[in-house]
Design a protein around this ligand. Sequence first.
Ligand code: MRU
Length: 361
Amino acid sequence: MKISGTPYRTIWPLPTGAVRVIDQSRLPFEFVTLDLATLEDAAHAIRTMVVRGAPLIGATAAYGLALALRADASDARIAEAARVLRATRPTAVNLAWALERVRQAIGPLPEAQRAAAAFAEAGRICEEDVEQCRAIGQHGAKIIREIAAQAGRRVNVLTHCNAGWLACVDWGTALAPIYAAHDAGIEVHVWVDETRPRNQGASLTAFELGAHGVPHTVIVDNLGGHLMQHGQVDLAIVGSDRTTAAGDVCNKVGTYLKALAAHDNRVPFYAALPLSTIDWSIEDGRAIEIEARDATEVTHMSGRTESGAIERVRVVPEASAALNLAFDVTPARLVTGIITERGVCEASRAGLLKLYPERAA
Ligand code: MRU
């Protein structure tokens, strides 16, 4: 996608052997990049959410493993680097998936060839992610097109958190259908949940929709239900950090409440995700480990003051405890459909297996 007319991806390798990423902790006020040269750099970038979003976490972990092997590509080093990276963020399954993919690709090779092979595999993971997100966009845009044809007016889509190109390598998952529909001339407007505590909606989704010229309105997280009751939401599309084999969708905390409101108001509720987000080893979403993050993300907020300085302020009394669980699970029964790179399916084991029959075994 483009920033001020220049095409960008969220992560790309440099001729120096380092990897460059967009520092998302500085958006929307500053667009700066950061170079990752070591395993520790990559792990720190994922842990502190310089990079975030399930597919991008996976891509960064893949490059992080490659960076770790530049000086030492022994089996012990691979295992240690994978352990360090895996511990950074537990919920997004793309991380474990990407590490396993790189390990499979380099395991049989002599040590001298492993680092280069790991870089090549990380590059392939990125290319595939771009292609999958592009396909998700095409499949999802058909849903938006149908609603536009029926309604005969602008389509209002609600989304939660940031599942756009910043969360992936390019295009995005939940936002890809919106970009595809917008680019095809369908009138779309997006309700952007601010997504407390880290405000990925207000800062990142609003930033990227604005950069692409997609009309959007930022709303507080609690407004969606009211808008749905008043017919102002035609459909909701969210991303996912892990989707079970039975179609339970784990995503940014607050997604479940939106799905409940959508169900109550008969608003179609879709999750858009690539194959790498499906955890075929789990059926019940309640088995997914939910990341607990620092309570200061709840007790404090940061933003730009009128003088232009970025400042962090406390919004909770000093003596109050705060709990910061980053994700929740929306049961499959509340999900109208799952939009993947292979098409749209019912949120169920049978639905997913129709798209991925090779997983039946
Ligand atoms: O904590 P984050 O910002 O990594 O959470 C991101 C989300 O919850 C996204 O919706 C999800 O990763 C899907 S991204 C295509």
